[in-house]
Ligand binder design. Structure first.
Ligand SMILES: *Cc1c(COP(=O)(O)O)cnc(C)c1O
Length: 228
């Protein structure tokens, strides 16, 4: 059995300078998160809004919180006072709510647009065509408190790392296309959030700037009821 410190150092060794490691701490206790914080980690990712709302006040205030899961508009209020980056924005309705709550808290919230690239049925994420259409037509200037920083995607859940790499490369190309449209300031539209434990190296090779790693750091997650 390896220790938290050994697992953390092993992952850090695989993440090059210029790529930010987001430690995914969903289902992990405040004590486990504090232990990783004490080893130097500052960016953490969660994907259940109430869980994050409850844990955040018990942890150091300088943690950079990333919300990496699907976010329902009625949950934005729980996170708006402190969240740094929302990784999975896929609707104008969510942008509108983020704007409202960010403005009410007198702050700016970062956002990534989620691309649906995986060969799987899911309701979440914009297809590449929908993304390009959204970038051209959504009223981005009505949302000054939400800063669009880049794209996020999840690859197909498969052992076929060639397929995963092909999907990540497609997102990276899309990132270039969106950037070229000039809708978002180029010096701020800089982030690609791609990998997790199973496809970390493929994500880094494809140009990911943020990697979301849980299991490889904390160990296997127990599945709480209702959260597969
Ligand atoms: C849980 C989760 C991760 C981390 O997954 P691991 O396999 O534990 O590294 C990354 N991204 C998202 C969106 C997640 O929900």
């Amino acid at each position: 059995m390896s220790t938290l410190e050994e697992r953390y150092e092993a992952i850090r060794a695989r993440v090059p300078a210029g790529v930010k490691l987001v430690a995914v701490s969903k289902t992990r206790s405040v004590e486990e998160i504090q232990a990783l914080y004490d080893l130097g980690q500052r960016a953490f990712g969660e994907n259940y809004p109430q869980e994050l709302r409850d844990k955040q006040p018990a942890l150091p205030a300088d943690i950079e919180w990333h919300f990496i899961g699907h976010l329902q508009t009625n949950k934005v209020k729980y996170l708006a006072p402190f969240v740094h980056l929302v990784h999975a924005v896929d609707s104008g309705k969510l942008m509108q709510e983020l704007e409202k709550r960010a403005a009410a808290n007198d702050r700016t919230i970062g956002a990534l647009l989620q691309v649906h690239i995986a060969d799987e049925e899911t309701k979440h994420g914009l297809t590449p065509d929908e993304l390009l259409e959204a970038v051209r037509s959504w009223p981005w200037n009505e949302w000054p408190h939400v800063e669009v920083r880049g794209l996020m995607a999840m690859a197909t859940f498969t052992d076929d790392l060639v397929q995963v790499r092909r999907e990540f490369d497609a997102v990276a190309r899309l990132f270039g296309q969106v950037k070229a449209l000039g809708v978002f300031p180029a010096d701020r539209f800089t982030e690609l959030s791609l990998g997790m434990t199973s496809d970390l190296d493929e994500a880094i090779a494809a140009g990911s700037t943020l990697v979301r790693v849980g299991t490889a750091i904390f160990g296997e997650r127990p599945s709480p009821a209702g959260n597969p």
